[in-house]
Design a binder for this molecule. Structure first.
Ligand code: FE2
Length: 328
């Protein structure tokens, strides 16, 4: 069976609002004009439809990312890199104390295909869950068309590197993506490279700021360079990170432009730990035992530096590696 043929538990009929309902294991998912309803054997929960779809879009596009993707204080996923836990109340101290927390493990294709089907069915024509709130129409109302093109956006992928022969089509001045309204002041000039004869196939450079100024999406880190397990993942941010990310490794943040405020909490209990205000040029390391959500008043550029090593989550969980990156 191919992944495309993976069965998704979807109702045969639509509800009074025009939407299908879905299930995964013992979890059920329903929506109406404003809200999403999630139920599991020990409880149930509701979320605003726009917030739910923005979070779901990131979880699908990031393929469950590193560690924990909390949709809010109750619902979320934990990535085990091959399987994924779907949970309710697991990182919520009150739910755990009341023994109402619940978790199920699913294969990655099974949960991915279910989430993709929910995202496509519940996203109306006017709504783009990847866009900033100011650049999209409403998520609300009865079922009204679909926006499959937006929710299945594929990343622009380089074969070698932007501007190297074969990948010149990705250069910023002709890649078909206009400069975002909030980056109108970002210089668009490209670096001048004078290549020693014989190295024309291998030496190139591009203006990363100009490149990012044309990003159509928010809160979606892309890999722009890789050296072994070291990944540089720049991204453009506006309004609120639609999920609360629970780390399973240290992440470094370098604020390239403008400003983001991070609310940082304990990953497991959600107790408040700190507020970090990052302005252009600031760098910080987010520890491996926190969860965080960013607020960006104006579209900004952020470089996320990830260590992609598969060994790290276990080293940290077992105490063999520290939850912080540097001993001062
Ligand atoms: Fe994070």
């Amino acid at each position: 069976m191919t992944i495309a043929e993976m069965p998704v538990a979807k109702s045969s009929e639509t509800n009074a609002h025009g939407y299908h309902s879905f299930s995964l294991g013992e979890f059920t998912f329903n929506r109406d004009e404003y809200f999403v309803y999630i139920a599991w054997p020990t409880g149930h929960h509701m979320m605003s439809a726009d917030a739910f779809l923005r979070a779901l879009q990131r979880d699908v596009a990031w393929d469950f990312f590193y560690g924990i993707v909390n949709f809010d204080g109750v619902i979320g996923t934990v990535n085990h890199y091959g399987t994924v836990d779907l949970f309710a109340g697991r990182y919520n101290e009150s739910y755990r104390k009341a023994e109402l927390d619940y978790s199920e493990n699913h294969t990655t294709p099974e949960i991915r295909e279910t989430f993709k089907a929910v995202l496509d069915d519940w996203t109306n024509a006017a709504f783009d869950p990847f866009a900033s709130p100011h650049e999209t129409g409403s998520a609300f109302g009865v079922k009204s068309g679909s926006n499959t093109k937006a929710v299945t956006r594929a990343r622009v992928a380089a074969q070698r590197m932007v501007m190297v022969p074969g990948d010149e089509g990705l250069r910023t001045d002709d890649n078909g993506h206009p400069v975002n309204r909030m980056f109108a002041d970002v210089p668009q000039d490209e670096p001048i490279i004078e290549v020693e004869p014989g190295f024309e196939q291998d030496v190139a450079a591009f203006n990363l700021f100009a490149y990012l100024s044309r990003s159509q999406v928010t809160w979606n880190p892309s890999v722009v360079s890789q050296c072994k397990d070291s990944l540089f993942c720049p991204t453009t941010e506006e309004y609120i990170l639609p999920i609360i990310h629970g780390n399973d490794r240290v992440e470094w943040f370098l604020q390239l432009t403008d400003e983001i405020t991070w609310e940082v909490e304990d990953r497991d209990s959600a107790a408040v730990r700190s507020r970090v205000v990052m302005r252009a040029g600031d760098i910080c390391a987010m520890p491996a035992d926190i969860r965080h959500q960013g607020y960006s008043p104006k579209r900004s550029m952020l470089l996320v530096w990830e260590n992609n090593s598969a060994a790290i989550p276990e080293l940290i969980a077992s105490g063999k590696a520290p939850t912080y990156p540097v001993e001062f």
